[in-house]
Design a protein around this ligand. Structure first.
Ligand code: HEM
Length: 309
């Protein structure tokens, strides 16, 4: 079976359960990987009723070091790209990611539309120090002041050291606002507001990015919940942030509504409008970055700014 047919199978599986006896080849897994996931049993290679083939075709594999150090996987500040790499929708190495990896990879894994993949991917290429690059490594996204910004929901600020690894303390501050099993829009906005306030008060080199901050909150709500309602399931969001794993075992499937730029901007704008105006003004004023360019289009200005810092 070809890779394309398998990707189609994943999409179809959202609507139909596969027959229990259908054997699936897993082309990108070598035998030892298969055995690590399923044991030696051939039965492990059969899709069982009610089981998502994503688990079989794109198993989650921790991004641990490889025996061959030259192949060591890299990860970065984006939990979504780390997650899709951990499932092999984009290169598991986290290196040399192209637009041809991103567009089908984000579509098949998260039902993210091509327009978002192209926009974000184009900005990601600019974090590659090589001029005019059309590839990037996930850790290139650590570049502070490019797409990466302060007051993240699950990462520390650049000023304090590590701006890209999952940080339990930071995520605990975010999660303290998620009071019920469904994260409501006001709760998600309160979590973001809290992170902005904390960074503004504690970080003398605070770098505020309103568009980036609202876009990331809009993204996790949309992929792990409902973009129109602006709410998400807390256990799915936890799995995503804490383990960088698709919460398939918890019943998650990719959102039925393709997540595109229109939906992203619509929810991000709602979130921005719910943040207190004085907090935004104070944050912009106290930010080391004030030229007002946007995440969507202004990365070049931000990269220039980064060189000035
Ligand atoms: C090519 C596509 C993408 C690129 C280049 C990208 C890049 C980034 C970068 C650089 C950050 C760090 C921002 C920060 O400092 O907080 C980030 C954060 C984030 N991204 Fe992505 N991203 C992409 C796609 C997505 C998608 C499809 C989602 C959907 C769920 C997503 C969800 C998030 C979330 C929720 C955060 C916030 C992490 C936090 O605040 O702790 N990203 N992304």
């Amino acid at each position: 079976m070809h890779r394309k047919q398998l990707e189609l199978l994943i999409l179809l599986s959202r609507f139909f359960l596969l027959p229990a006896s259908l054997p699936l080849e897993i082309p990108q897994c070598n035998l030892s990987t298969k055995n690590a996931i399923f044991g030696d049993s051939v039965l492990g290679l059969l899709v069982k009723p009610g089981e998502s083939p994503i688990v079989l075709i794109h198993p989650w594999i921790a991004p641990g070091p490889d025996a061959d150090k030259s192949l060591t996987k890299v990860r970065g500040p984006c939990p979504a790209l780390n997650t899709t790499a951990n499932h092999g929708f984009i290169p598991r190495s986290g290196r040399n990611i192209t637009m041809d990896d991103l567009i089908p990879g984000l579509k098949a894994s998260l039902n993210v539309a091509e327009d978002i993949a192209i926009m974000a991917g184009t900005n990601a290429f600019k974090t590659n120090p090589a001029p005019s690059a059309t590839v990037f490594d996930l850790d290139m996204l650590n570049l502070h002041g490019a797409i990466e910004h302060d007051n993240s929901l699950s990462r520390g600020d650049y000023y304090f050291g590590d701006n890209h690894s999952f940080n339990e303390t930071i995520y605990a501050e975010t999660r303290a606002w998620f009071h019920e099993s469904i994260i409501s829009l006001p709760q998600a906005v309160s979590a973001l507001r809290s992170r902005i306030e904390t960074s503004r008060k504690t970080n003398p080199h605070f770098f505020f990015d309103l568009d980036g901050s609202t876009a990331t909150t809009a993204s996790y709500l949309s992929i792990f919940g409902d973009t129109l309602k602006g709410e998400a399931r807390r256990d799915w969001v936890d799995s995503f942030f804490q383990y960088e794993r698709l919460p398939i075992e918890l019943g998650w499937t990719p959102p039925a509504l393709e997540f595109n730029m229109t939906l992203l901007l619509s929810l991000a704008t709602r979130i921005a409008n719910m943040l207190p105006g004085d907090l935004i003004t104070q944050s912009v004023e106290s930010s080391t970055y004030k030229d007002g360019s946007h995440w969507v289009g202004g990365i070049v200005n931000k990269l220039n700014r980064q060189q000035e810092l």
